[in-house]
Write a protein that binds this ligand. Sequence first.
Ligand code: BGC
Length: 399
Amino acid sequence: MNSFRRSGLLAVTLPGLLLLAACGSNQSAEQSTTTAPAADSTQTKSATMPTSASFGKTPDGTEVQLFTLTNKQGAKAAITNYGGTLVSLMMPDKDGKMGDVVLGFDDVNGYAGPAFRKANPYIGALIGRYGNRIKNGKFTIDGKAYQVGVNNGPNSLHGGKVGYDQKIWEAQPGTSADGQSLTLKYLSKDGEEGYPGNLQVTVVYTLTDSNALRIDYTATTDKTTPVNLTNHAYFNLSHGVSKDVLNHEVTLPADRYTVVDATLIPTGELKPVKGTPFDFTTPHAIGERIAQVPGGYDHNWALNGSGEGQHAAATVYDPASGRTMEVTTDQPGIQFYTGNFLDGSLKGKGGTVYGLHGGFCLETQHFPDSPNQPKFPSTILKPGETLHSTSVYTFGVRK
Ligand code: BGC
């Protein structure tokens, strides 16, 4: 039985229990501070449906939408069906002021236009068919060799040349006892980017009234295929007040991480973090030891709770705003990436420049290159099986 199936069984036995929420809006980091929740005119809307508005046209002329989910506290999550991308996430700081805690752009051109496509930082997007890297884009299933799209040096990254981050997803806004939601569907055809099987992917974003964003992933296939789905949000809990995230304090409940080669492919070694700059088992500011890690953090941590259903994956605290974020997942790993390739060439919401370490990602996932690492938890999905996976991002404050 593969590890997705196991996580799926957990999700099925806990229906709705873990449902969380996503908040966002299409406001810039500079302009999005709003009044406290009580004065927010959208406050009463959480029992209603998410709103939708045009998010502009892609370069090929396709109009895409921006859906805004709102909860009873006035938190918001804005998601576009282009790439299933989380565009903004409005959460309160320690004084109750709303602020946008993710990087993003004002319209679809920010994501589909030439500057973004050149830098290709996957900001906020859903990632598939295989999040993270596959060595040389090669793997073998049942004796058959496959070559998938190579787009990152010699390797395949985040699904290949055109991943799910660039696809238009079918979108269905909804609501439930847990909060407003957006269901996104994408059929990845047999042979797309070289992957076997028609993969039907469903992702549900839900924003709960307790300021949590839950992302539920489901997938089925008609041929055996590797699958590794994640979300690539870049967080800056200060709402852009701090231009980089080096002061954010991170905890990762992981005693080991996957050692990588020069092209960020795991060697297969799971190395203890103890005594290294990778030890986040107690809180450390991102900037404290980053200089000791050439290039910055861009590694997969093996989560201690792996195999135990929904488990802790990360805690983050931003002293400037008092905001906290807790991440839980049923996945075995988490890629902690500190925006090492952000170079100031991209201007996001309201003209905010995204420079080095301007945001960090916590990509809940299976380990990189698992299809070529028999000792890693399996990413193989077979016909007849259903992949279920859930990751939850819960926001709070510390005064
Ligand atoms: C990868 C980085 C990559 C980034 C792209 C991360 O998930 O680990 O190496 O540059 O995605 O945004």
